[in-house]
Design a protein around this ligand. Structure first.
Ligand SMILES: NC(=O)c1ccc[n+]([C@@H]2O[C@H](COP(=O)([O-])OP(=O)(O)OC[C@H]3O[C@@H](n4cnc5c(N)ncnc54)[C@H](O)[C@@H]3O)[C@@H](O)[C@H]2O)c1
Length: 334
């Protein structure tokens, strides 16, 4: 396969490294508007080709696919141009700036019979996949609620709020676990550092199944938290992505309600059993993600994180941002 990586800022070099390490790319082209970023990449991987011009990449008939890791506002125009030029497209999360753009990309990819994959990396990560397995086995019982914190002293983005930057990870993981997208979303947030660009948000999600979730995202916190708690009728689970080894812990904890047999009998019994940390695979999620993209390009198979998977995240982000900007009004998602 001949692949081009577009955008070599913070994230693009990770995609380039993993594509290089698959050893499945005959030609690997790196493209960035900034020539110094290309020089750095070529020093590290002398065999790659570099260019500052996206149009020469898509005009190159030998390039099979592009991997886009540019700022969010450029995702849809670049992906659209690449699909129109007949390339398969991998586009970073969130796939577009609004649901209309996302839908246009899905339709275009279908019309041109090209692969469209979205970079929801967490859906390839061992802890997120293990949690899916645990839920599907019924170990947690019925899921009651999910609560998640993704905060640190983060890089303030100039073009998007903290919701569009950080919440895609939580949304894609939660929707993947529940196999469902929310019906209602509301959010409260503030733009403390840069006017008009919220840097902290508290988002509430309500699902038709009855599950509720809370996602807290912030670029303004003293220490890094990447912690998600899932509370089920049978067990509880804590996923801490900052842990090195025991990222997932399952607690045999809960409260059982018993119908009283005699008047005055105590009705609640508290359970506190074993804590189990399941063994996790140790591969790098991005490597699996890039391998999956190459597989899909080669076989025409639909990616696990396809355009519709990306669209549901964009719909939820849009709803959260709308609520935040309208006094936390609840927004219904179609
Ligand atoms: N999946 C993940 O876990 C993950 C993590 C971080 C970032 N991301 C995503 O990756 C994308 C990039 O984020 P970043 O933090 O690296 O941004 P960044 O601003 O550091 O880098 C973007 C790069 O794109 C280049 N660029 C912009 N327009 C271009 C064009 N037309 N042609 C060629 N190059 C162009 C810029 O020069 C810059 O070097 C974002 O969509 C972000 O959401 C994903």
């Amino acid at each position: 396969m001949n692949i081009a990586v577009i955008g070599l800022g913070y994230w693009g070099p990770n995609l380039l490294r993993n594509l290089y390490e698959t050893r499945r790319c005959h030609r690997l082209v790196a493209c960035d508007l900034n020539a110094s970023k290309l020089e750095r990449a070529q020093l590290r991987y002398p065999s790659i080709e570099v260019t500052t011009d996206f149009n020469t990449v898509i005009a190159d008939g030998d390039i099979d696919a592009v991997v886009i890791a540019t700022p969010v506002s450029t995702h849809a125009p670049l992906a659209q141009a690449a699909l129109e030029a007949g390339k398969h497209v991998f586009v970073e999360k969130p796939m577009a700036s609004n649901k209309e753009e996302a839908m246009q990309l899905i339709e275009l990819a279908e019309r041109r019979q090209r692969v469209l994959m979205v970079g929801h990396t967490f859906e390839f990560s061992p802890p997120v996949l293990k949690i899916k397995e645990v839920i599907e086995r019924g170990d947690l019982g019925d899921i009651f609620y999910i609560s998640s914190s993704r905060v640190n002293l983060g890089l303030h983005q100039k073009d998007i709020s903290v919701i569009w930057d950080l919440a895609p990870h939580d949304f894609s993981s939660i929707f993947f676990w529940l196999d469902e997208m929310p019906k209602y979303i509301s959010a409260m947030g503030r733009d403390y550092v840069q006017r008009g660009i919220p840097d902290v948000a508290f988002i509430n999600l309500e699902f038709a199944s009855g599950v509720i979730a809370h996602v807290q995202v912030s670029w303004l916190a003293p220490s890094k938290l990447r912690r998600t708690t899932l509370i089920g009728s049978a067990k509880m689970l804590v996923y801490d992505d900052t842990e090195n080894i025991e990222k997932v812990k399952i607690f045999d904890k809960g409260v059982d309600y018993k119908d009283p047999e005699t008047f005055g009998e105590y009705q609640l019994s508290y359970r506190a059993g074993d804590v189990v940390s399941p063994r996790l695979d140790t591969y790098e999620p991005l490597f699996k993600e890039m391998e999956h993209f190459l597989d899909c390009c080669e076989t025409g198979q639909r990616p696990k994180t396809d355009g519709y998977n990306g669209l549901r995240v964009v719909k939820a982000l849009e709803a959260a941002e709308k609520s935040l900007r309208n006094g936390s009004q609840v927004v219904e998602i179609e």
